[in-house]
Ligand binder design. Structure first.
Ligand SMILES: C[S@@+](CC[C@H](N)C(=O)[O-])C[C@H]1O[C@@H](n2cnc3c(N)ncnc32)[C@H](O)[C@@H]1O
Length: 203
C-alpha cells in the first residue's frame, strides 16, 4: 500500500491536476453511451477527471484510490461543479467490494501480478448482470516512449495477457486491442502513446 500511496500522493500534492481535468477519451466515449443513472466505480481514479465527467452526466459515481490526496482533489473538483462523488480510500490489495456496480472503469491502472488478475476477477464478480468493465492501459510498447507511463515492464500490459485473464472470467469481450494513439492529458501524458483497450460485459 505504502509504495503506491506515497508515490501518487507526492505527485498529486503538486499544484494543478497532473492528468488534467478532462476525462480520458476512451473512457469518456463509453461513459457517453451508458444508460441513464448507472452506478459507476472508477478504480485508481487519482484526481478524479473521469469520475467527475460521469457524475456530471447523471450517474452515481464512486472513486477508489490508494492516494488520499488524489481523492481529496476528486472531491474538490466534483464540489466545484456542484456534484458529490463517493470515495473509497484503499489499496486494491485490500479492496472488498460491498456492492455491485453497473460499470467499472479505469484509466492507466498499472498493477503487477497477481494483483492485476485478482482485481479483474473481483471487478467482474461485482458487476451487475450485463454490466461493463472498461479500461485503457499503457502497453509494453510504451516502455521506450517518453510520453508517460510506468518504466517497469511488469506494470505494462499486452492484449494477450489480458485475454488470458479475461477468458477465465464469466464475461464476453466486446473490445480488446493494442493501438497507438495520441494522448493530451495534463502534464502527465503527452503525445504519441501505445495502449491496450479493453471492454467486457458480464454474462
Ligand atoms: C497513472 S495514475 C491514473 C489516475 C487516473 N486513473 C487518471 O487516469 O487520471 C494511477 C492511479 O492508480 C492508483 N493506484 C495504483 N496502484 C493502486 C493500488 N494498488 N490500489 C489503489 N490505487 C492504486 C494511483 O494511486 C493513481 O492514482
Amino acid at each position: 500500500m505504502n509504495d503506491q500511496r506515497e508515490f501518487w500522493n507526492e505527485r498529486f500534492s503538486r499544484e494543478g491536476y497532473f492528468y488534467g481535468t478532462t476525462p480520458n477519451l476512451y473512457l469518456a466515449s463509453h461513459i457517453d453511451f451508458l444508460p441513464p443513472r448507472q452506478t459507476v466505480l472508477f478504480l485508481g481514479e487519482g484526481e478524479g477527471r473521469n469520475a467527475v465527467y460521469a457524475v456530471e452526466r447523471g450517474h452515481t459515481v464512486t472513486a477508489l484510490d490508494a492516494a488520499e490526496i488524489g481523492l481529496a482533489k476528486t472531491a474538490m473538483l466534483a464540489q466545484s461543479r456542484g456534484f458529490e462523488i463517493s470515495l473509497i480510500h484503499t489499496d486494491l490489495e485490500f479492496w472488498y467490494p460491498t456492492q455491485n456496480y453497473d460499470a467499472i472503469m479505469c484509466s492507466f491502472l498499472h498493477l503487477i501480478e497477481p494483483l492485476r488478475s485478482e482485481v479483474f476477477a473481483k471487478s467482474i464478480e461485482h458487476l451487475t448482470s450485463g454490466g461493463v468493465l472498461v479500461g485503457e492501459f499503457f502497453s509494453i510498447y510504451q516502455l521506450p516512449k517518453k510520453t508517460g507511463g510506468p518504466k517497469d515492464l511488469n506494470l505494462l500490459y499486452t492484449a494477450d495477457q489480458l485475454l488470458a485473464i479475461i477468458t477465465t472470467l464469466p464475461c464476453e469481450i466486446l473490445e480488446l486491442c493494442e493501438i497507438d494513439t495520441e494522448l493530451y492529458e495534463g502534464t502527465g501524458h503527452n503525445g504519441h502513446a501505445s495502449v491496450v483497450r479493453l471492454k467486457v460485459q458480464k454474462r
